[in-house]
Design a protein around this ligand. Structure first.
Ligand code: ADP
Ligand code: MG
Length: 140
């Protein structure tokens, strides 16, 4: 708790649908601050390493291919209780189960192409942020 940082990705379905700004508006309306942001194309190795925890799941190859299918926007978000708060703003993994007003309810196409990633715990955020940002990139 307290002021935390979390790692966010706006996924290719959302960047290709021109939803980067709409998603950033929802993030900022929630009180979270975007303290680092970069639009990139993930390499296959980056996507494989980022989702290594899911490497035994049946959807892993499809997930990696999806994450490199278009540009993504990687971000660091900061705020009170940022990790849990962003998970709330995102909504459930499966958009069919996501609450009204959440990013995934509004924009996600499917459980796979679900518009955003957010760290699920403090330890995960601490591992994920340095995969894409150095401290110099982050302006809190
Ligand atoms: P979350 O992103 O909500 O933390 P998970 O960590 O369980 O969800 O899964 C990581 C990502 O893998 C999801 O955001 C989604 O893109 C993809 N994914 C999860 N479950 C499935 C599934 N059943 N079929 C296809 N892709 C999935
Ligand atoms: Mg997850």
């Amino acid at each position: 708790m307290g002021i935390e940082r979390t790692f966010s990705i706006i996924k290719p379905d959302a960047t290709l649908a021109n939803k980067t700004g709409a998603i950033n508006a929802l993030i900022e309306q929630s009180g979270l601050r975007i303290i680092a942001q970069r639009r990139i194309r993930m390499t296959k190795v980056q996507a494989q390493q980022f989702y290594a925890v899911h490497s035994e799941r049946p959807f892993y190859d499809e997930l990696v291919e999806f994450m490199i299918s278009g540009p993504v926007v990687v971000q660091v978000l900061e705020g009170e209780n940022a990790i849990a708060k962003y998970r709330e703003v995102m909504g459930a993994t499966n958009p069919a189960e996501a609450a009204e007003g959440t990013i995934r309810k509004l924009y996600a196409k499917s459980v796979g192409e679900n518009s955003v990633h957010g760290s699920d715990a403090a330890a995960t955020a601490a591992e994920e942020i340095p995969q894409f940002f150095s401290e110099d990139d982050i302006v809190g």
